[in-house]
Design a protein around this ligand. Structure first.
Ligand SMILES: CC(C)(COP(=O)(O)OP(=O)(O)OC[C@H]1O[C@@H](n2cnc3c(N)ncnc32)[C@H](O)[C@@H]1OP(=O)(O)O)[C@@H](O)C(=O)NCCC(=O)NCCS
Length: 169
């Protein structure tokens, strides 16, 4: 019998390549058909290993969920960027490789990020999702998020609605 270790830990510079790969795989699967192809390609290309390496080295908070030796997903988070929303923290991104979705790993990463934000004095948090990203919207609802704001984001010629979910504590 073999045991596979599931762990959540802070990203190190050595993780830049795996993070870029996880980002690439997860974003293509989540946004293909939603974000126009050339725009999605640009978003993915922009976030190669050097982008992740720089983000890790400047101290961005990035948590990785590892399954054995593989990075299954990540969450990055920090101070809430929308001053009109009175929540201290924000999860900027939370993504799992497709083969690791639906196993409770998203909930684990979310809880870890929420706890980390709380412990660093950032009370309450928001997370934005594209309104048409149904799996994400359903996930944040299942985790008790309340829709508190709406906005739009332009991807080339396409404008998509997005929704902010919030947790007060
Ligand atoms: C969205 C995402 C992070 C969720 O993570 P996950 O590991 O698949 O979700 P979990 O297994 O932890 O599920 C947690 C809860 O959300 C619910 N949930 C998750 N995905 C769901 C879906 N597609 N539809 C309905 N409910 C869903 C689960 O039923 C579970 O509820 P329960 O604990 O009450 O049973 C993950 O699927 C993912 O990376 N998707 C692609 C990327 C993405 O869209 N990220 C969010 C960008 S804003």
């Amino acid at each position: 019998m073999s045991t596979i270790l599931i762990d959540i830990r802070r990203a190190k510079p050595d993780d830049a390549v795996s993070l870029a790969d996880t980002h690439d795989e997860a974003w293509r699967a989540a946004y293909m058909g939603l974000i126009p192809g050339p725009e999605l390609e640009k978003l993915v290309q922009r976030r190669g290993p050097s982008w992740w390496d720089a983000a890790i080295r400047r101290g961005s908070r990035i948590a990785l969920l590892t399954f054995g030796d593989e990075v299954a997903g990540y969450a990055n988070f920090g101070r809430n960027r929308a001053k009109s929303l009175h929540y201290g923290g924000e999860i900027y991104e939370l993504y799992l490789r497709p083969e690791y979705q639906g196993l409770g790993f998203g909930r684990r990463l979310f809880s870890m990020a929420k706890r980390d934000l709380h412990e660093s004095g950032q009370n309450g948090l928001v997370v934005w999702a594209l309104s048409d990203n149904e799996p994400a919207v359903n996930f944040y609802r299942a985790l008790g998020g309340r829709a508190v704001a709406r906005s739009t984001e332009r991807f080339g010629t396409k404008v998509l609605d997005k929704v902010a979910f919030a947790w007060t504590r």
